[in-house]
Ligand binder design. Structure first.
Ligand code: HEC
Length: 156
């Protein structure tokens, strides 16, 4: 359309600009929505399968050192304060853990289960125990320590 009068010309441009602005915000909104919906939500993390965990766990265990893991668990971190043998009322002790872990939360493998128990302790509680594990080990431990601890606990 070709506006004849200056008023019509201005009005046309206001319409064009409004349409452009609305389109711009619609696209920004859509993009935000799509990005947000791709972030894993707590619920979907809770439903992670053995395979999704195994990708992480396999990498962590690649060069892991179980001896170093033992030192970390018994000396450097406070795990034994709760997981001490003979004090089973605070936290389950590690005796037989690897065997229990293999069937604790199907379809998770032992390694995947132990990984989840440390990194997302609230997702699955060992029956009879409170949700008392510290929730910050994922950031506190870092990949190397986590891998070594996993390797050590898998020997239990
Ligand atoms: C404040 C006490 C506390 C500390 C510290 C603690 N835990 Fe725990 N942990 C618990 C409790 C309580 C449970 C049982 C409830 C649950 O499943 O979260 C548990 C469960 C676990 C389990 C699952 C055990 C099973 O038999 O299925 C693993 C593995 C574990 N902890 C590893 C660790 C590691 C590794 C550390 C140190 C880096 C640690 N915990 C530090 C209290 C603690």
């Amino acid at each position: 359309m070709t506006p004849e009068k200056p008023e019509q010309f201005v009005a046309a441009w206001i319409v064009y600009l409004t349409v452009a602005l609305v389109l711009f915000f619609a696209i920004v909104f859509l993009a935000t929505f799509i990005i947000a919906s791709q972030q894993p939500q707590a619920e979907t993390i809770a439903n992670l399968t053995a395979e999704t965990y195994m990708d992480t766990v396999t990498v962590l265990l690649e060069n892991a050192n179980p001896q170093r893991g033992e030192t970390l668990v018994t000396r450097d971190y406070e795990c034994y304060a709760c997981h001490v043998q003979g004090a089973d009322n605070i936290a389950p002790n590690y005796v037989g853990l690897a065997e229990r872990a293999a069937t604790a939360r199907p379809p998770l493998t032992a390694a995947a289960y132990i990984y989840e128990s440390i990194v997302h302790p609230s997702f699955h509680l060992v029956e009879g125990y409170p949700d008392a594990m510290p929730k910050n080990y994922e950031t506190r431990l870092g990949e190397r320590d986590l891998g070594d601890i996993l390797a050590y606990l898998l020997t239990q």
